[in-house]
Design a protein around this ligand. Structure first.
Ligand code: GLC
Length: 452
């Protein structure tokens, strides 16, 4: 009996020691908790439009990097403030176009690495109102219009500000100071940049914060956990991208479409339409609308979002090539919305040689078909019975045949779906395959059948 009490006390003591140890551990390494609930809209949204708008559109040169890399002096780079007129800027028209593309959110560069801000910053004067020919806040009306159109608001913010006198880095070959040599100057910078974030939080209360440039300093130096906290204190549902060091909610692969399915539960591929983020009149290397749609389906097939970039001109107009891609994308997403929004990643490629998605309850499989499949498409190893197949956004019901499904084997056979030419979409045809329940895939190697 005494021994029993003693054992129990020991257990309680051990429990307390362990708890204290865990609390201590937690206080050292702030744990980032990603609420699945707050990520819901993001996971359902699939398409966002990225906007790189800034001084660099004037000369049509690399955003910020052009002076950082020494292609132009900082002094000459700044002269672009004169050409940044926003004369024909129509934020409502931008949002109309973004909406038409089928995007459910947009992320705009409130401030790129060059430090030029699109809104009237409380901290610093290097912004569209005080330092450019535009002489107006070009961010606020855009955010307002997004909200009015029920699109989610994403704000891109560069942690580095290469133009600011208290920031460490200036160009690739010159650094203003090292933090270790001048910690109080760094404190001033922290105060400045975090002040701008607070300003953004209070003014716009974004749904999503898209940070960039964290690679120039460590999480500790940026005070990343503190920044995450100040954002969440304002809005517990705010989503933060991965570029706030270790403090982000989702991964942001850039330009390169992941070939294999990323392990991250939430991710977003950001990609340019040509080879530039901002407007560059000399860059004609545009992807075709067909290619953009192809990449988009690969992305959603792997469970991600596409954040497709546009680079408006300095007068606020969007280049024709970009408008065309957005409109083409819009035609396609509008026709096929059932197969896109709110879906989840599709099935492994061994079962269907193309992109696919699944309805949230996993009972509808959407197959994306590029070009003309020559009369039929093949589905391998699907154990479910198919109740119905139809062409999404077109309506024709299709028939299918099962081959190789003998009654003495549990191998489900191969399903051939007949696809007549007349149902084909000019970019990508989508089939909706209604199953008899949650999808069930045959993943075995196959074996000898010992009794027929
Ligand atoms: C990079 C670049 C930047 C661009 C961003 C978009 O990190 O520094 O110029 O804005 O990617 O993803």
């Amino acid at each position: 009996m005494l021994y029993g009490i003693y054992k129990c006390k020991l257990k309680i003591t051990l429990f307390f020691i362990l708890t204290l140890y865990c609390i201590n551990l937690n206080s050292q390494v702030p744990e980032v908790k990603i609420g699945d609930e707050k990520m819901q809209w993001f996971q359902d949204a699939k398409l966002g439009i990225f906007i790189h708008w800034g001084l660099y559109a004037v000369n049509g040169i690399d955003e910020s990097w052009s002076f950082f890399n020494g292609y132009i002096s900082h002094e000459d780079y700044l002269k672009q403030t004169k050409g940044f007129t926003a004369k024909k800027y129509d934020p409502e028209k931008w949002v109309e176009l973004i909406k038409e593309s089928g995007a459910r959110y947009s992320v705009i560069t409130s401030k790129h690495h060059d430090g030029f801000a699109l809104w009237d910053t409380k901290k610093g004067k290097f912004n569209a109102v005080k330092s450019s020919s535009a002489k107006k806040d070009v961010l606020t009306p855009f955010v307002k219009s997004l909200r009015e159109n029920h699109l989610k608001v994403g704000i891109y913010f560069s942690l580095p500000d290469w133009s600011y006198y208290d920031y460490t880095h200036f160009t690739r070959d010159s650094i203003r100071y090292r933090i270790a040599d001048n910690p109080s100057r760094w404190k001033d910078y922290l105060n400045y940049y975090q002040g701008q974030i607070k300003d953004i939080a209070n003014k716009y209360n974004p749904d999503l914060y898209w940070f960039d440039g964290d690679w120039e300093h460590s999480s500790e130096e940026w005070e990343a956990p503190k920044v995450r906290q100040l954002i969440l204190d304002k809005n517990a549902n705010a989503i933060i991208n991965s570029r706030l060091n270790d403090q982000g909610d989702y991964a942001t692969p850039e330009q390169g479409m992941p070939i294999t399915r990323p392990e991250d539960k939430y991710w977003e591929l950001c990609m340019t339409m040509n080879d530039s983020w901002g407007f560059q009149k000399n860059d004609h290397n545009y992807k075709t609308s067909d290619q953009v749609i192809g990449i988009f389906t690969d992305v959603i097939s792997n469970g991600g979002n596409l954040l497709l970039d546009i680079g408006p001109k300095a007068d606020g107009t969007i280049p024709d090539e970009q408008v065309k891609i957005l409109k083409d994308l819009g035609r396609w997403t509008n026709k096929h919305h059932d197969a896109i929004y709110g879906t989840r990643a599709g099935i492994p490629k061994e079962h269907f040689y193309g992109p696919s998605t699944l309805s949230k309850d996993q009972s509808i499989l959407y197959l994306f078909i590029k070009g003309n499949p020559g009369g039929e498409v093949v589905l391998r190893g699907l154990k479910n019975k198919i109740n119905r197949i139809w062409v999404v956004g077109e309506g024709t019901k299709l028939s299918h045949k099962v081959v190789g499904n003998v009654y003495w084997s549990h191998y489900p056979g191969i399903k051939y779906i007949q696809v007549p030419d007349y149902v084909l979409d000019e970019n990508m045809t989508v089939l909706s395959v209604l199953l008899d329940g949650k999808i069930d895939l045959y993943r075995e190697d196959g074996s000898v059948i010992q009794s027929n």
